[in-house]
Design a protein around this ligand. Structure first.
Ligand code: ZN
Length: 340
C-alpha cells in the first residue's frame, strides 16, 4: 500500500548538462555523451532505490526535452522550419519545429536506453512519454489542418513505441499531458480519445500525468492568475474517470487545488503529488504525510500512490534527492499511523 513513485524527470547532473534549466545544453558529445547519459541514469536509479522509491523512472536524463527528444526520432517533421507559437494557450512563446507531412516512426526512439535502465534494477520501472495533445501543443502543424487529426496520428506512433517498451520490460507506461489543464473543451472532444489510442492494447497499467507545469517563472506567474481555488481538474476528471486509463496523477502539494476533486476519480489509482517541484526547499516528512492524509478523505489508501507534483528537471540535484527521501519518509509516517 502507498507505493511511492515520481512524475518522471530528475535533474541532469552538472557534469552532463547545464543544470537547473529546462533545456540546458549537453556538456559532452559523441560517445562520451552517450556514456554520460547512462552513468547519470544509473546514479539516479541508485538514488531512487536508496531513498526507497517503489516505482522508478530513468529520470528522463537521456532527453534534452520531454517532447522534442521524442519528436527528433519522428519523420514528417522539419526540425529546421521553425514556427513561433504560443504554448499552453499563449503562456509563453517558443520557436518550434513544423510538421510538414504525415508523421512516421522509422524505428524505436527510447527503447535502447530503456533496455539499459531495465538491466539496472529489479524494482518496478515506469516509462514516460509525451501525450498526443501536449505534443500537438508543442509543435507547429503545416500538414494536418486539425489538431485532433494530428493528435491521432501521433497517438498511433506513441502506441507502437509504448508496445515495444512494454515488451522490453516496462511495468507502467505514463503519458504526460500538461496541456489537459489548459484546453478543457478539446480534452473532452478529442484529447481523452487520443490518449486512449496511445494507450490501446498495452498489457501493463497505463497512466496520465497532468500538472500545472515545472516550477519555472512563466508557470509560477500563470499560477498567480488562477485565483484561490484551482478547479481545472474538475473539468477533465469526469472524462478521464470514464476512460480506460488506469492511473491519474495530480498536483496537490503546495497548490490551490481543492483536494475534493479527487472524489471524481472513483476507481482509478491516484498519484497524489505530495512534494512540489519548487527549487528552494525540501518538504518535511510531516508535510508529505499531511498532504496524503488529506487525499485519503477522498480516495481509499489502497488507490493512493505518493508522487511528486511534476518533473524535477529544473531544480537543484541535492534538493531533488532530498524530496525523494521526504516523499518516502512521509508515506512511511502515514502507513505507520494507519490501523494494521
Ligand atoms: Zn508535470
Amino acid at each position: 500500500m502507498l507505493e511511492t513513485t515520481i512524475a518522471g524527470s530528475l535533474p541532469r547532473p552538472d557534469w552532463l548538462a547545464e543544470p537547473e534549466k529546462l533545456k540546458g545544453g549537453w556538456k559532452l558529445s559523441g560517445q562520451e555523451l552517450e556514456d554520460g547519459k547512462r552513468r547519470a541514469a544509473a546514479e539516479w536509479i541508485r538514488h531512487q532505490e536508496e531513498a526507497g522509491i517503489d516505482i522508478l523512472t530513468d529520470g528522463e536524463v537521456f532527453r534534452k526535452h520531454f517532447v522534442h527528444t521524442f519528436l527528433e526520432g519522428i519523420e514528417g517533421i522539419d526540425q529546421n522550419k521553425k514556427t513561433l507559437m504560443g504554448i499552453r494557450d499563449d503562456r509563453y512563446n517558443l520557436e518550434v519545429p513544423t510538421v510538414t507531412s504525415a508523421v512516421k516512426r522509422p524505428k524505436a526512439v527510447h527503447v535502447e536506453e530503456f533496455k539499459y535502465v531495465r538491466s539496472l534494477t529489479d524494482r518496478k520501472l515506469k516509462f514516460t512519454l509525451p501525450g498526443p495533445m501536449t505534443i500537438c501543443d508543442t509543435i507547429a502543424d503545416g500538414h494536418y489542418g486539425k489538431r485532433a487529426d494530428m493528435a491521432m496520428a501521433f497517438a498511433e506512433l506513441l502506441n507502437a513505441e509504448a508496445k515495444e517498451l512494454v515488451a522490453a520490460g516496462a511495468d507502467i507506461i505514463q503519458f504526460d499531458e500538461p496541456a489537459f489543464n489548459v484546453f478543457f473543451d478539446d480534452v473532452n472532444e478529442w484529447g481523452v480519445a487520443a490518449l486512449e489510442r496511445a494507450a490501446e492494447g498495452l498489457s501493463c497499467p497505463r497512466a496520465v500525468h497532468i500538472c500545472y507545469g515545472y516550477g519555472i517563472e512563466e508557470n509560477l506567474k500563470w499560477k498567480e492568475t488562477l485565483g484561490d481555488e484551482w478547479r481545472q481538474y474538475e473539468k477533465i476528471f469526469p472524462a478521464l474517470n470514464a476512460s480506460s486509463i488506469d492511473q491519474i496523477s495530480l498536483e496537490c502539494a503546495d497548490s490551490h487545488v481543492p483536494h475534493s476533486v479527487m472524489s471524481i476519480l472513483k476507481d482509478k489509482i491516484v498519484m497524489v503529488g505530495a512534494v512540489a517541484v519548487t527549487p528552494d526547499r525540501v518538504e518535511t516528512p510531516e508535510e508529505v504525510a499531511e498532504t496524503l492524509r488529506s487525499a485519503m478523505r477522498y480516495v481509499d489508501a489502497e488507490r493512493i500512490r505518493p508522487c511528486t507534483n511534476c518533473g524535477m528537471t529544473p531544480i537543484p540535484y541535492d534538493i531533488a534527492q532530498g524530496k525523494l527521501k521526504s516523499l518516502v519518509a512521509g508515506a512511511n509516517l502515514l502507513r505507520d499511523s494507519l490501523p494494521h
